[in-house]
Design a protein around this ligand. Structure first.
Ligand SMILES: Nc1nc2c(ncn2[C@@H]2O[C@H](COP(=O)(O)OP(=O)(O)OP(=O)(O)O)[C@@H](O)[C@H]2O)c(=O)[nH]1
Ligand SMILES: [Mg+2]
Ligand SMILES: [Zn+2]
Length: 294
C-alpha cells in the first residue's frame, strides 16, 4: 500500500502523485456508498491500481473541487469582467471559512486609465491594510511580481480562484510558460456560458502544486451561520471585542465598534455593506439537513 495525493481526476480514473511518480488508479467500489467522492488534493491510500481510502481532509473547496488547499490565488480582474468588490468578498469569506490563506491578485491592470488606476490602487491598499497579501501593479505580469508570487506558493497546494475570464490560466502561463494552458477570449467564453478550463488537476508550478480551475460566473454558496460570518471579516473580528455586546452582529446593536469604524472610514463601507448583504442571504437560506455537519 502506498500513500499519495490525487493530482488529477478524469472520468472515473484518479492519477495519484506519490514519491515523484504518477499512478493511474480507479476507485474501489464502496466510495459511493460511503458518500465520499475523491477529489483532487485528497491524500489517499492505494495499491495495485486501486484507490482504497481517502484520508481525512484539512479542508474542501466546492468551487473548484479541491481538498487540502493551503493557499488560494484570488484572481480579480479590474476590468473585463468589471471589478466586483462583492464577488471578491464572497470568495475571501469562503476561504476564511475553510482556513485557506487568500492571495489577492488584481489582473488586467494594464487596461486601466490613469484615473481608474488610482481609484483601484486605493481599493487594493485597503485590502492590504486588512492584512491580505495583495498583488497590484500598473504593469501586468511584472517580473518581480511573478517572482514574489512564486516564493509565496513554494511547497503548497494552491488553487486559482476567480470569475471566468479573470485571467487565472494566463497568470499560470506566466508563472510557468511550459504549461501552455488554453486561455480564452472572455466575450465568447461568457456568451457561450462556457469555460476555457474544464478539468481539474494539480500542476507543478515552480515547486507548488496548483489547480487551474474553471472559473464561475456567479458565486452563491455560504456554508456558515450568521454568528460565524463576522469572524470571517478579519478587520471586524479584530475590533469586535470593543462592541458593547458580546456576540454583537454589528447590525442594529447600539455602541457597536464595527459600525463606528465604518463611520470613521477605518473599515471599508463596501466591506460592511457586503457583510450585511451576506448576513441577510444566510439568514434567508433554508437549513440543509441532508448535509453532515462537521
Ligand atoms: N490585457 C490583459 N488581458 C488579460 C490579462 N490576463 C488575462 N487576460 C486575457 O483575458 C482573457 C481570459 O483569460 P484566461 O486566462 O483564459 O481566464 P481564466 O480565468 O482562466 O478563465 P476560465 O478558464 O474561463 O475560468 C484572455 O484573452 C487573456 O489573454 C491581463 O493581465 N491583461
Ligand atoms: Mg482558465
Ligand atoms: Zn458590533
Amino acid at each position: 500500500m502506498k500513500q499519495g495525493i490525487i493530482q488529477q481526476s478524469l472520468s472515473g480514473f484518479y492519477d495519484i502523485l506519490s514519491d515523484g511518480e504518477i499512478y493511474r488508479t480507479r476507485a474501489r467500489g464502496n466510495f459511493r456508498a460511503k458518500r465520499i467522492k475523491p477529489i483532487v488534493g485528497d491524500r489517499v491510500e492505494f495499491a495495485d491500481g486501486y484507490l482504497l481510502r481517502v484520508l481525512p481532509r484539512k479542508n474542501e473547496l466546492v468551487r473548484p473541487p479541491v481538498a487540502n488547499v493551503d493557499t488560494a490565488v484570488v484572481v480579480t480582474a479590474v476590468k473585463e469582467p468589471v471589478f466586483s468588490a462583492n464577488l471578491l468578498d464572497r470568495q475571501l469569506i469562503a476561504l476564511e471559512a475553510q482556513r485557506i490563506t487568500p492571495i489577492i491578485y488584481f489582473s488586467k491592470t494594464d487596461l486601466l486609465t490613469n484615473d481608474e488606476y488610482l481609484e483601484l490602487k486605493e481599493v487594493a491598499d485597503n485590502y492590504r491594510e486588512i492584512g491580505y497579501q495583495v498583488f497590484f501593479s500598473q504593469k501586468a505580469f511584472a517580473d518581480e511580481q511573478l517572482t514574489h508570487l512564486k516564493s509565496l506558493l513554494q511547497g503548497q497546494i494552491v488553487t486559482m480562484m476567480g470569475q471566468t475570464g479573470a485571467g487565472k490560466s494566463t497568470l499560470l502561463n506566466h508563472l510557468a510558460p511550459e504549461l501552455d494552458l488554453a486561455t480564452g477570449e472572455i466575450s465568447t467564453a461568457l456568451k457561450r456560458g462556457r469555460h476555457t478550463t474544464r478539468k481539474v488537476s494539480l500542476l507543478n508550478v515552480a515547486g507548488a502544486w496548483i489547480a487551474d480551475t474553471p472559473g464561475f460566473s456567479s458565486y452563491e454558496t455560504f456554508e456558515m451561520t450568521v454568528e460565524e460570518l463576522p469572524n470571517f471579516f478579519p478587520e471586524m473580528k479584530k475590533i469586535s471585542g470593543e462592541c458593547k455586546f458580546r456576540g454583537c452582529l454589528h447590525l442594529k446593536e447600539p455602541k457597536c465598534a464595527v459600525k463606528d469604524a465604518v463611520k470613521n472610514g477605518i473599515i471599508m463601507k463596501s466591506r460592511y455593506d457586503n457583510y450585511v448583504q451576506f448576513h441577510n442571504l444566510i439568514a434567508d437560506q433554508k437549513p440543509d439537513y441532508s448535509k453532515n455537519k462537521k
